[in-house]
Ligand binder design. Structure first.
Ligand code: NAP
Ligand code: GDD
Length: 352
């Protein structure tokens, strides 16, 4: 009998890679999709269109804000594994929508945990926890034992969901785990996360569609990996004997400014930085053109200055290691966006 999995957030970056992985392993995959006035299933359309996969790939309407829909989907899917990837996942936007973010990213996870407890208590449960839990870090690198200090409504909601997952494990002996994942990116990353914003802007600049990219804090440091590698870690966490929480990251970090330098280097442009604060600019070394400017709108009321993973436990217990390094990640994202921008019409520029 093939296994079955339920994935919330299947239309997102991670959901699409996880669905591919599970289908390749022979799972029946059930995905939860939100009702919207337009379809936004671009990341998973190729799976629905594939005649060999279609019979094992099922989509159901549901929402983390709506308990009944989650109960209904579980009654149909009866999954062996549940991956809770759905969230309002943008840290910056969570400051504009703190209540909704708490409702979906925090309480939504409890709605799903409770539905699983009632309908499929034997199912193994994965919660998409985040390195944002560490926030204003008290030690570096961060591991499974590092205390939390969340710095945004998003991170506060994720702390709640983290402890709810631990609580369901302890109170009901459910197999419920937290993957504390550091930033992971890909050509499928949403366009308003900083790496994709930069790779897309580099492509638009290179194709003559825009002059510069406007960014916020260039000094923030992140441990950036490839999303395709990270969904494999999620799956591995549900295959071990005892439920435990794991940190997943590369163990290397670099700044937003360094990511921009690397991305522009992919199209043969070196960046020279000048000025301070809001007047800082990145110029094209060859001709002095300004390629990067600072815009106050992209600063956050509270920032996470640096994140760096210690993924030792995952390496030792899950035999997990990232395959794609930083240079390859940047290369992949810029190459993808160059191809997309060249294919699109000249008026197509992603709005800021
Ligand atoms: P993403 O691309 O923003 O995808 C989020 C998904 O959640 C989308 O499918 C979205 O559906 C869905 N969703 C949002 N609100 C929902 C609701 N009320 N009910 C049901 N579904 C809802 O995020 P991602 O990068 O794939 O990340 C996946 C998960 O991992 C998230 O929980 C995120 O917070 C967490 N995480 C991500 C990273 C990272 O670096 N990517 C790191 C650590 C943790 P629509 O398509 O309809 O919007
Ligand atoms: N989005 C964005 N846009 N961020 C910018 C910009 C900009 O124009 N300019 C600078 N930044 C900085 C942010 O202030 C932050 O310090 C860093 O770039 C990364 O921002 P994001 O790409 O938005 O990601 P994030 O680190 O805040 O959150 C992502 O990673 C978390 C894991 O650590 C999201 O995927 C979260 O869902 C995830 O939990």
């Amino acid at each position: 009998m093939s296994k079955s999995a339920l994935v919330t957030g299947i239309t997102g970056q991670d959901g699409s890679y996880l669905a591919e992985l599970l289908l390749a392993k022979g799972y029946d995959v059930h995905g939860v999709v939100r009702r919207a006035s337009t379809f936004n299933r671009q990341r998973i359309d190729h799976l629905r269109d594939d005649p060999d996969l279609r019979s094992r790939f099922h989509l159901h309407y549901g929402d983390l804000a709506d308990s009944e829909s989650l109960t209904s989907v579980l009654q149909i899917a009866r999954p062996d594994e549940v991956y809770n990837l759905a969230a309002q996942s943008h840290v910056g936007i969570s400051f504009s929508m703190p209540t909704y973010t708490g409702e979906v990213t925090g309480l939504g996870s409890v709605r799903l945990l409770e539905a699983v407890r009632q309908i499929s208590p034997e199912a193994r449960f994965y919660q998409a926890s985040s390195s944002e839990l560490f926030g204003k870090v008290v030690e570096s690198p961060q591991s499974e034992t590092t205390p939390f200090h969340p710095r945004s409504p998003y991170a506060v909601a994720k702390v709640y969901a983290f402890w709810a997952t631990v609580n369901y494990r302890e109170a009901y002996e459910m197999f419920a785990v937290n993957g504390i994942l550091f930033n992971h990116e890909s050509p499928r990353r949403g366009e308003n996360f900083v790496t994709r914003k930069i790779s897309r802007a580099v492509a638009e600049i290179e194709c003559g569609r825009r002059d510069f990219v406007a960014l916020g804090n260039l000094e923030a440091r992140r441990d950036w990996g490839f999303a395709g590698d990270y969904v494999d870690a999620m799956w591995r966490m549900l295959q071990v004997d005892a439920a435990q929480d794991y940190v997943i990251g590369t163990g290397q970090s670099c700044s937003v400014g360094e990511f921009a330098e690397a991305a522009f280097r992919e199209v043969g442009r070196e960046i020279d930085w000048e000025g301070k604060g809001e007047n800082r600019v990145g110029r094209d070394r060859a001709n002095g053109d300004i390629l990067v400017r600072i815009d106050r709108r992209y600063f956050r009321p509270a920032e996470v200055d640096m994140l760096l993973a210690d993924p030792t436990k995952a390496r030792q217990e899950l035999d997990w290691q990232p395959k794609v390094d930083f240079a390859e990640l940047v290369r992949m994202m810029v190459a993808h966006d160059l191809a997309v921008v060249r294919r699109e019409g000249p008026e197509s520029v992603i709005p800021e």
